[in-house]
Design a protein around this ligand. Sequence first.
Ligand SMILES: NC(=O)c1ccc[n+]([C@@H]2O[C@H](COP(=O)([O-])OP(=O)(O)OC[C@H]3O[C@@H](n4cnc5c(N)ncnc54)[C@H](O)[C@@H]3O)[C@@H](O)[C@H]2O)c1
Length: 391
Amino acid sequence: MPRSIGIGVIGFGWMGQAHSRSYRNIPAYFPEADIAPRLVAVADTDQERVDLAVSNFGFASGTEDWRELIERDDIDVVDITAPNGLHQELAEAAAAAGKHIFCEKPVGVTPAATAAIELAARKAGVITGCGYNYRWAPLVQHTHSLIEEGRFGDLTHYRGRFFSMYGRDRMGLLSWRYLQEEAGYGVLSDIMSHAIDMAQFLCGPIRRVVSVKEIFVKERPLPTPGAGTHYERGKPGDPTGEVTNEDYVGALVEFENGVRGTLEADRSIFGPQSQMAYELNGSKGAAYWDHEKLNQLSLYLPEEQPTDGFVEVLSGDAYKHHGNFVPGGGNSIGYEDLKTIEALEFITAVAEGRPNKPDFGDALAAASVAAAMVRSWESGKWEDIVSLRID
Ligand SMILES: NC(=O)c1ccc[n+]([C@@H]2O[C@H](COP(=O)([O-])OP(=O)(O)OC[C@H]3O[C@@H](n4cnc5c(N)ncnc54)[C@H](O)[C@@H]3O)[C@@H](O)[C@H]2O)c1
């Protein structure tokens, strides 16, 4: 009998739906895992989304009140995909109820909230997971293995970035993401968090940063309540509101191992669409990966290849987890497949009662770097990373 794990999802927007499809897909794509996630309950303040979850996704029940969901004995995992401003209250309640918790990045609405959530989960002894899904691209895992094997030599340079198109249209709605009181910081929390996590996953801890920020689009059309995602548009003449958090963050970074580099994130830039990317250089080689082409990795390992310069490696079943989706080489996988791998890794850790990676500790490590970037915006100077962990 597959191991049965009860799931409750709070927030049924883009991520709530993506996570739910991922849990559903696990038995089909990963039968060898021998795990059967049960979609026990969904909670969303939008009744239409609750109805959709029950009618089309196979949830056994739905509610507009997340407290009812957390109280249920048949739920083992609470999956938090509500707006960031709610995460702390939800995660602390789930931890107090002894539930294992998967929470979308950046976990807390502020770095301090991430620290409080990490403490609550650690004290409760529950297993945690965090939505740093880009780690799970098979060729990112391959890059990580090559680094561990020393194939790039000593790492010297790292340039990480997340350039997204979602806010470049001035008619893009003023969703919760653009409001300090609901989202916390802007791209710092939303997508720089991914870039920081990837940098630390590949190169290790960051030691210090100097950072700048900017709001490029200062007003946006107001959304109608309950409508749409941050990808939807208003019309010229619609009432507008003020954007209260940053569109852009840039930073120079120094890692503890001496690597020097840059990190940038922007949601209003023209050109890139979803360019979550890294370029890394070492004393013996280099690599370049970009989520827009997630099935390709540019590798330069001069001691191992017959020609000089970068060579293009295509993802395929030679790389971890890829073959569970499609066999052979060059048959692509996509964004939601990374979400399915993420869900598989987390739910397997829960089934086996062991820690998961990335967890709230990794979210705290990213939040500690984000906090140093905020201090640098204020001081205009280099700021050391100080761990926000509460003991
Ligand atoms: N890892 C990634 O690539 C990625 C991508 C997008 C979003 N995210 C993260 O996922 C989370 C959700 O983002 P999204 O884009 O899915 O947002 P969304 O706006 O599409 O969905 C949020 C949902 O939460 C619901 N909600 C609001 N208040 C609620 C409450 N009190 N109780 C229950 N439900 C409530 C809304 O009705 C909506 O359905 C955020 O933390 C975000 O940072 C991660």
